[in-house]
Design a protein around this ligand. Sequence first.
Ligand SMILES: *Cc1c(COP(=O)(O)O)cnc(C)c1O
Length: 397
Amino acid sequence: MRKFSAEDIANLNKDTRLSVAGRHPEEAFGFVNPPVYHGSTILFPTIQDLACRTNRYGYGRRGSPTTTALQEAVCAMEGGEAVVLCPSGLSAVSTALLSCLKAGDHLLMTDAAYDPIRTFCNNVLTRYGVEVTYYDPVVGADIASLFRPNTRAVFTEAPSSLTFEVQDIPAIAEAAHERDIIVLMDNTWATPLYFPAHAHGVDLTISSATKYLCGHSDVLFGTVSANARCRSALLRTHGDLGMCVAPDDAYLLLRGIRTLGVRLDAHQRSALEIAQWLETRPEVSRVLYPALESHPGHALWKRDFNGATGLFSIVLKPVPQKAVAAFLDNLSLFGLGYSWGGYESLALPFDAAQFRSATAWTPEGPTIRLHIGLEDVQDLKADLEQGLERLNAAARE
Ligand SMILES: *Cc1c(COP(=O)(O)O)cnc(C)c1O
């Protein structure tokens, strides 16, 4: 394998980039993967070296060859100027927000944001003097009507991960940049492979790497990528907050990223098949998946995204709660649980109304989020079909 520079890697096709970035066998006795460095203290040969910081690494919290390899791989995917690593997706969001806000600033936050992000804004940012306004996720270029003289940042997520509104990120970014406002995005659903956020105008893009980047439901992790404008503030804030990650988790995340392309293709194929099939089922009122032509955000998704991943929601026709329980409690392949993006399928009933303040969420029936994993798609369909039969039987009782 030859040595690739960062410029070489930027010019590679995306799947090749996923394979090559962050690999330095010449520095690791030829081993394909980087070693896992555990360490706090890093030794310097002399006091002169200590004073001049001649080592590439100075202290474990600030990084190691393992975390550098991961940063290189994420940076190659994101196409930004710098990447920082955080111990969870939520801490990546809080780090990104803290890097661009100060007391007296105003933040516009999508009303469909992941609920713990709202809690961070309401409990922490407001305590430090940041004003937060929630806005309708499908506002588009009208975001400009919400700008105040002190608006400093707009936080977006597309699609939202329970209710799947697709935001017009390029329009929001254009409006924001006219006023020098920073655009942040939670890009966990699409990942940089299916939505190149920086190329669409996002200044700070965040992934809960716990989901698809890791892909195996065994690591909590977050990444933030910054463009040139936000790079130095992000690096400084990340360091000031003492954010750092465990070496084994960094290693596992890097391993997950190597297969992200093929995994997402498989999630997409099965999710589309199941979503299309669910649309035909009499128990289902709507399927909220942007890749379906029936989805209100389909045209935007088609314009801006390179693909759709394995997470979507369904709105059932009205049935009693016991029928929903009969459906979900006895699924054999779909597990009931939070999170998503692993190889396994999941189901989650939810009530998004409780997490909203600027918009209403009034579905016509019970709502369920599904994560379509890498199992055989016919097996998954059969599991859901049996569940829907149980739902019907319980509804008739
Ligand atoms: C899970 C999730 C997060 C938070 O990630 P953690 O790693 O669980 O902290 C943020 N945003 C979205 C959209 C998520 O699904």
